[in-house]
Design a protein around this ligand. Sequence first.
Ligand code: FAD
Length: 484
Amino acid sequence: MFSPLKAPIIKAPPNLYPLTETNPRKQTKPRTQITSTLKSFLDLKPESKPEFLTFDLPFHDKSDRVKYEVIIIGAGPAGLRLAERVSAYGIQVCCIDSSPLSMWPNNYGVWVDEFQSLGLEDCLDKTWPMTTIFLGDQRTKYLDRPYGRVNRKDLKTKLLEKSVLNGVKFFESKVWNIEHHEFESVVICEDGVELKGSLVVDASGFRSPFVQFNEPRNHGYQIAHGILAEVDEHPFDLDKMVLMDWRDDHLGNEPALRGNNNKHPTFLYAMPFDSNLIFLEETSLVSRPALSYTEVKKRMVARLRHLGIKVKRVIEDEKCFIPMGGPLPIIPQSILCHGATAGLVHPSTGYMVAQTLARSTLLADVIAECLGSTRMIRGSQMHQRVWNGLWPMDKKCSREYYRFGMETLLKLDLKGTRKFFHAFFDLDPYYWQGFLSSRLSIMELGMLSLSLFSHASRSTRIDIVTKCPLPLARMIGKLVNSAI
Ligand SMILES: Cc1cc2nc3c(=O)[nH]c(=O)nc-3n(C[C@H](O)[C@H](O)[C@H](O)COP(=O)(O)OP(=O)(O)OC[C@H]3O[C@@H](n4cnc5c(N)ncnc54)[C@H](O)[C@@H]3O)c2cc1C
């Protein structure tokens, strides 16, 4: 297996795009072709096979107690981190997952400072000191904020190890149903096994059937096609991760793709590991309904050709579909949610991992206040407290603001999107970094809006005010409602 960790650092080949104001490298001839007639990376089969961790997990068996204090459904980043945190208080936890030792399928990217503040920087397998945003029309921004790729294997192993040390039991099964009683819930698994818990936490991801909503779930959708590829060469600097490449020169000979990209733009996200190994992902930041997956792949083929990236091997591929925004679940309800199920995905960016790992600690504190040895808070009183611990008022208000951010992005065409990000990344780093990491209070988000408005071009201001009156009114209404 190709290991990005062992990959040597080699000087990047020349940039294939026209000169930029900040990166004046030599221009080479664009290589746009009609995508349909030529072979592409889509003809290559991904080589990776499903991987499993070799780890001796303590499993729940029939002779074990059937009642736990906390049952967590799902051993994704949210479920495992919460299991590890809650069990650190000596609380008995059982984590149920249909395949607890499977490697997580998603490629996670995070800001390095986020992982440092969690003490998890040893779980990054590659970091880049800077990130690049290509805005088109020869404008490029370099962000002085290091970015990293999460080593899924290391992070999952670390969380499993700590959970096991704290006494967490695992159960390999699929949860079918949950019955709620006054002071306990019964989790019914596909093999008929029933487990009882004082608190059940649903961390089973976006598709959970167990959580309840009382508003229509009008999500936006992030969709993307990603590949970890061995390539002949690529044009990106090795010390910079490409957060967004909004250039569209590659669609010059593709009028249909170009027209659609103008209306519903996609960008390239790229992690160059060395001069021959790179993770490339064509991404629709947010669309409603979701942009067609075929369209995204066609644009990616055209882009890679134009960039002169010839893929020799597809080591891994990733189909990304992330529902974003939408309402929060009913608060409270008899089941607690965490991670993607709980609405923790950032509505404007699709990021979630760092935020969820951080919020797990706060959530575990509240759970321990209820179920720890000194307090005996159960039933509806506990549900109220744990839900408020997950979604305190300030966080709920900030999320409304991020939802408004998503609605704004949904309305912007390629030109508007580029202008928006031009103004956004011109903000004081405290604001743009805080926005992307969900760290800002609602007051700070207010300050950010004022600053963004004063930085934005006239057309961006008009876009924000005229294209989003309803989401703006809804956000203000919700904020006023929360304040009352
Ligand atoms: C392709 C992709 C790429 C992403 N990249 C990033 C990124 O770079 N950075 C970022 O911050 N976020 C990213 N996200 C968003 C988000 O962080 C991930 O979706 C994240 O995996 C969500 O974590 P989770 O623990 O909530 O759920 P999941 O990771 O989906 O884990 C849910 C677990 O529950 C189990 N399960 C489901 N149903 C049941 C059941 N009925 N019974 C028992 N077990 C069950 C599943 O097997 C799974 O193990 C990405 C999402 C996708 C889809």
